[in-house]
Design a protein around this ligand. Sequence first.
Ligand code: COA
Length: 176
Amino acid sequence: MRPRSLKLRAPRSSREWARYHEIRKRCLFEKYNGKGTPHYFEYDPWHPDEGNPANHPLVFLANGRVIGTIRIDIKPDGRAVFRLVAIDDALQGRGLGSVMLARAEEFAREHGAETICLNAVSDAYRFYVRHGYEPVRWAGCTGNPTEIPVVKHLAEPAMQPIALPVAVQAAMQLVA
Ligand SMILES: CC(C)(COP(=O)(O)OP(=O)(O)OC[C@H]1O[C@@H](n2cnc3c(N)ncnc32)[C@H](O)[C@@H]1OP(=O)(O)O)[C@@H](O)C(=O)NCCC(=O)NCCS
């Protein structure tokens, strides 16, 4: 099967919203903040930040199926903060997170952002460095010592569309 589509957009149905919360809870909260971890706290799908109109909860879809999540918070000072970046476990490490990150940067740029800020879990730190992020403490960053605040200044948009890496094309075959 050839890849048909990879899309980053707002959830459009109760099923997509359920996947948004389920992926965040399972792939991030239960892994890094679950019971028995030093920084335990409960995932709250009704957290007030989710309803702030400047914050954009987004799902990443491969061939129409939700396989990843991110929330992009647009700040009035030219920054965008990426929250709870996750690709569903079974599809990690195949290049899909890199595509989602590039699409998220595009979304942030289109909403006026020049700089991206996020708090990287230490497992994902190298992933962000590889994509141009640098360790910098930013206004409002985490106080959690197990996370690393990082920043990227966005360059001008690329003139040419970028071809999907072979690994991503192979991963798409796993997504019905
Ligand atoms: C971090 C994450 C979004 C990257 O997406 P991905 O599709 O796995 O990434 P890609 O395949 O494009 O890139 C692979 C890179 O991610 C890293 N990676 C792979 N699996 C990972 C995992 N389970 N957790 C963290 N990083 C992972 C790899 O080490 C690789 O980095 P490297 O080439 O420098 O070694 C994804 O792995 C994930 O959701 N991890 C769990 C949740 C998480 O840690 N989110 C980040 C919160 S800041």
